[in-house]
Write a protein that binds this ligand. Structure first.
Ligand code: GLU
Length: 532
């Protein structure tokens, strides 16, 4: 399998061999050197700080699609070395969200692979060895500056209007000085010796060539004084160790990429190819946040969105398949995987539009086969308190019928359960306008009483029989059907809208319909006759 996009020099390191003796188990020359076909290996590397957000989900999706498109591997790596921000439960939330979306990983948590473990917190030794190697080769140096000293100098730089970069104080320490400070037991970080002149060019598969002047970088930290790696360092060590061929990630990491390229160079290895995916913005073009509604996969799931809809929607957020030019928008995950290519990812930010997502969801709700629709909808009816968890067969059957009636009319599963509540509990509130218009009118009481008699007289209570009886009643009374139909709907469902009236009545059952008609009559009488 040839590596797509590996056509140009991947950066400043192309073609260079290892510089030093740095070797990690499982790390050799990166695949693909010398034009040999290299397997596609991509990774999604979330930091487990919370639930999976749409931006992260899209990054995961693009990686997954790219791996599937090229018969490669999709690796899930949990970047949990930031002890303060990482949350124990979050990796479980992230894996659950990915599984729900249908984005299965070939290697990662719960899926042992040749380059594990896949939690960075379990790979600390690897980073320390890599840092030690850079120290020995003089490409990195220990930095004894304390956080307080650094903060003080930053404040001073700020006061003087200077750049807030590390000032390189420990860069020039002689061996004797270092030994002395070490002997004093001063803790130290490890910093990369970044070239002070020149620049590094990121040759991005989406963004093109982006240059970064070394004067804008500082000697950034690889290992903190507590021995924990920084993101940039752990990321590079792991992308090498895991033989990642393409790094597809959010645009916000573009500014990290020159640092990472310098690290590949220091480690004497060729870097992977990079593709930075543009941001997702809110409709007002601000950063997408909580105030724009649901932003995490979990929230969408709870609101009754289907994974097919979310995946289809997210895939088209910043990328489009060729058929999109003819207006086609609906694609299954498998269809997306057949078509995905990085060269059709746009460079500009994508604007998030929940209306569009909702449209996709309505579509996929209608597409579900009835058994699957029931399976997905049932938890929402349970959550609304309409049916018990694990309901008996006859209740399940009723839910199944309600789902079939409601499915074409709602946009989400949560909306479905709310709209179908009247099937499972008595109506206590009525749509006010509907009540005023169809029930608070002369003759309504008599009409509903007659309707109730007809309902009671029916021997078969299926939709055709109910409809025939209703039409006959209107004809017998010499009235048009709408007042009868609308009054009945409001009385038995509480609403002016809903699935077909006769289907609805049939599913509610003869007894319930009779009772609800009687209750409406009673309410009307109470209101008009002052209770009489
Ligand atoms: N842990 C980083 C994040 O969640 C990963 C960035 C990358 O893909 O390199 O943003």
């Amino acid at each position: 399998m040839a590596v797509p996009g590996r056509k140009v020099s991947p950066g400043p390191l192309a073609g260079r061999g290892p510089v030093g003796g740095w070797r990690l188990s499982g790390v050799g020359a990166p695949a693909g050197k010398g034009g040999a076909a290299a397997p596609v290996r991509v990774r999604f590397a979330p930091s487990p700080t919370g639930s999976l957000h749409v931006g992260g989900a899209r990054t995961a999706l693009f990686n997954w699609l790219f791996a599937r498109r090229h018969g490669g591997a999709f690796v899930l790596r949990i970047e949990d070395t930031d002890v303060e921000r990482s949350r124990e439960e979050a990796s479980g939330w992230i894996t659950a969200a990915l599984s729900w979306l249908g984005l299965d990983w070939d290697e990662g948590p719960g899926r042992a692979g040749p380059y594990g473990p896949y939690f960075q917190s379990q790979r600390i030794e690897l980073y320390r060895r890599a840092a030690q190697d850079l120290l020995e080769r003089g490409l990195a140096y220990p930095c004894f500056c304390t956080p307080e000293e650094l903060a003080e100098r930053r404040d001073e730089a700020r006061r003087m209007g200077l750049a807030l970069r590390y000032d390189g104080r420990c860069r020039g320490l002689g061996p004797g000085e270092r030994r002395r400070l070490e002997a004093e037991g001063r803790p130290h970080a490890v910093r990369l010796r970044v070239p002070q002149t020149g620049s590094t060019v990121v040759d991005d598969l989406i963004r093109g060539r982006v240059g970064f002047d070394h004067s804008t970088l500082d000697d950034f930290v690889l290992l903190k004084s507590d021995g924990m790696p920084t993101y940039n360092f752990a990321c590079v060590v792991d992308d090498l160790a895991m033989r990642i061929s393409h790094v597809i990630r959010a645009e916000e990491h573009l500014s990290n990429t020159p640092k990472q390229l310098l690290l590949y160079e220091a480690l004497g290895q060729s870097p992977p190819l990079f593709a930075h995916v543009p941001m997702i913005l809110a409709p007002d073009r601000s950063k997408l946040s909580k105030r724009h509604g649901a932003t995490s996969v979990e929230e969408f799931r709870e609101q009754g969105f289907l994974p097919q809809a979310l995946v289809n929607y997210l895939a088209l957020l910043g990328w489009s398949p060729p058929e999109a030019e003819e207006g086609r928008e609906l694609f299954t995950l498998a269809e997306l995987a057949e078509r995905f290519s990085l060269d059709r990812v746009v460079r500009t930010a994508a604007v998030y539009d929940v209306g569009k997502l909702t449209w996709f969801n309505s579509h996929y709700l209608r597409q579900l086969d009835p058994a699957r629709a029931l399976e997905l909808a049932l938890p929402f009816f349970v959550r609304e308190g309409l049916v018990p968890p694990d309901p008996p067969p006859e209740v399940r059957q009723r839910v199944a019928q309600a789902v079939e009636l409601l499915r074409p009319r709602v946009r989400t599963l949560a909306e479905m359960a709310r709209a179908g509540a009247f099937f499972f509990r008595p109506v206590t509130e009525y749509d006010r306008e509907g009540w005023e218009k169809w029930l608070e009118r002369p003759g309504a009481v008599e009409l509903l009483e007659k309707a109730r008699e007809r309902v009671r007289s029916l021997e078969v209570f299926d939709p055709p029989a109910i409809e025939a009886a209703y039409r006959r009643l209107a004809a017998d009374l010499g009235i048009p059907t709408p007042p009868l139909f609308h009054a009945t709907r409001v009385a038995v469902t509480g609403s002016t809208v809903g699935p077909g009236l006769f289907d609805t009545m049939s599913l509610l059952g003869q007894r319930a319909v009779e009772e609800r008609l009687a209750k409406a009559v009673q309410r009307l009488k109470e209101a008009s006759g002052g209770g009489g």
